[in-house]
Structures are given as C-alpha cells and as structure tokens.
Design a binder for this molecule. Structure first.
Ligand SMILES: [Zn+2]
Length: 300
C-alpha cells in the first residue's frame, strides 16, 4: 500500500489540548470525544499498515459536495473499488433495536451508519462530477477492545475487532493493480481536501485569561524550573530549558498567530522567574530580531 496522506493530529484537538492545560473548557465532553475519535483512528491506521496489496491510502479527507461538508477517516483506493472506513472507538455494550442504536441501558445513540451512508452518497456524487466511475463500499471499523454489539445483523457493513485480521487478509488477496488512473483519482481528491473545518468549535480565549507556565509535553501539567532544567512532578519528564521554551514558543504562536513573538511575551507566557536574559538568548538562537530595545520582536 502507498500512504498518500498520513493522519495529523486534528487542528481542533491541538487547540483544545493546549487550552485545556491553561483554562477550564466550557465543554470538556466535546474534547474527550475528539480524543476518543482520534485514538480510534490511530488504531485503525496501525491495522492498515498491514495492507500489503497494491492500493492507495488517504487519511482524514475533508470534502465538500454542493456545500455539504463530509469527512472520511480512511479512504482506500483499490483497482476496482474504493473503500471508505470510519473508525468508531466507543466502549461498552450496545444493541440495535429496529433501526435504532442503543446502549445496553436503552439510551438511543447516534446511528453511525446514517453518517456513513450520507458520506458515501456525497462522495459518489463528487466522483460523478469528476467523471469517475468506480464502486464505493463502506465499513464501520470498531476499534475499542471493550466494545460489544448485541444482535448485530451479519450484513452490517462493520468490522469488529476480532474480524480485523481476516478483513485485512481479504483485502490483501484482492486483485490489485494500481495504475495512473487511480493515482489521478487520488490526486484529484487530495486537491479537493479542505483544511478549513467549519465544524470546529473553539472556546473564546485570550492571552490574559490563560494560566501561564511551561506545560509538560507528556502529561500536560505545569512543569517546574530548577537548575537549568524543567521538571514535571506528575510524570517525571525532564527537559532542558531551551527545548521547553521553544515548545512554549510554538504553542504561543499556534494560539496567538496575531501576537508578536517578544521576549516579554514569552517570558510571561512561560511563567518564567528571574532574569529574562535566558529567554532573549533562546529567541536569538532561533529567530531573527526585528527592531531594537523594548519594541523588538522575533520572526523566522
Ligand atoms: Zn508530565
């Protein structure tokens, strides 16, 4: 298999991870859902690494068809078929009651097939517009080891964890020969990929309202500075000052793209104590300084 688009950490999740360390999120459940979804997608990615047949893999595609946005976790282009895979990382016992999905205690949940069917229809229309005629098949891929679905009909387009090895074997046995036409199709879809997710839900935040300090890369709690190093008392991570400050700079620039990178700003952002000379030196090591004195700032 050829991986044409690897999966990045979703932008919304990157924002929320950074913000959550420094403020109380108004909707923590939304953040947890994103983490859970991403965890499932990465498990599916690891499984798909075992694909040995000649096929193309595109992850995390955000497409638009007639002003309707749809997202595909993984799209596999085979010689005669496209597979759309949607990772589901829920844990617990569920059952299907008629056409409704419910938790074992009877609470109805969103039918994951509805969303999948909608995406399939939209992709089909999009391909028609591109004058590409290739069948599409879709599967829900259940990635959580503690997920169980009672009374699942055998024709449900789903792959459950114990079925994954056979599912992959089946794909690996398929007639597969990718040619320029397939590459072209993949290229067209990639060109249509949108990086701008309109469904992104970020809380309001500003510099003054966020807690300051250097956040641990491992567990995202605040680190302490001692003897030229940063320490995390929660997970034991140790980091030299330069690495920790540069991580903080990256965070600062990500959260505040309109703010200038200044010694004062970064000193404050990192919750530093003592002289700001060290921060200035690190910024000088990595950036170009513009201007002099108090109004100076740093650029790439
Ligand atoms: Zn830590």
């Amino acid at each position: 298999m050829k991986l044409l688009k690897p999966r990045d950490t979703p932008v919304e999740l990157r924002f929320l991870r950074m913000l959550r360390a420094r403020m109380t999120l108004p909707d923590d459940q939304h953040y947890m859902n994103l983490e859970q979804g991403y965890a499932g997608e990465r498990i599916m990615d690891a499984w798909l690494e075992n694909l040995s047949s000649d096929c193309l893999v595109i992850n995390d595609l955000l497409l638009e068809q007639n002003r309707r946005i749809f997202q595909i976790d993984s799209l596999l282009v085979f010689q005669e078929k496209i597979y759309m895979l949607d990772a589901k990382h829920s844990a617990g016992d569920f059952y299907i009651d008629g056409d409704k999905w419910k938790t074992i205690s009877g609470v109805e949940i969103q039918d994951p097939l509805l969303q999948m069917r909608r995406s399939t229809t939209l992709l089909r229309k999009l391909l028609q517009q591109l004058r590409i005629n290739i069948p599409i098949e879709y599967f829900l891929v259940f990635t959580h080891p503690e997920f169980y679905l009672y009374s699942a009909p055998p024709d449900l387009p789903a792959v459950f964890t114990p079925q994954v090895p056979r599912f992959l074997k089946q794909l690996n046995r398929m007639n597969a020969k990718i040619n320029r036409k397939h590459e072209q199709l993949a290229k067209q879809l990639l060109a249509l990929h949108s990086t701008d997710n309109p469904h992104m839900r970020l809380p309001e935040y500003d510099f003054d309202g966020l807690e300051k300090g250097v956040v641990c890369a491992g567990c995202r709690s605040f680190m302490q500075h001692r003897r030229k190093k940063f320490f995390c008392s929660r997970c034991g991570m140790v980091e030299d000052t330069e690495t920790a400050v540069m991580r903080s700079v990256a965070e600062y620039r990500f959260l505040f793209p309109d703010r200038k990178v200044t010694t004062k700003g970064l000193y404050e952002w990192g919750g530093m104590q003592g002289s700001s000379q060290k921060v200035r030196q690190i910024l000088l090591n990595h950036f170009k300084r513009v201007g002099d004195g108090r109004s100076s700032y740093y650029v790439d």
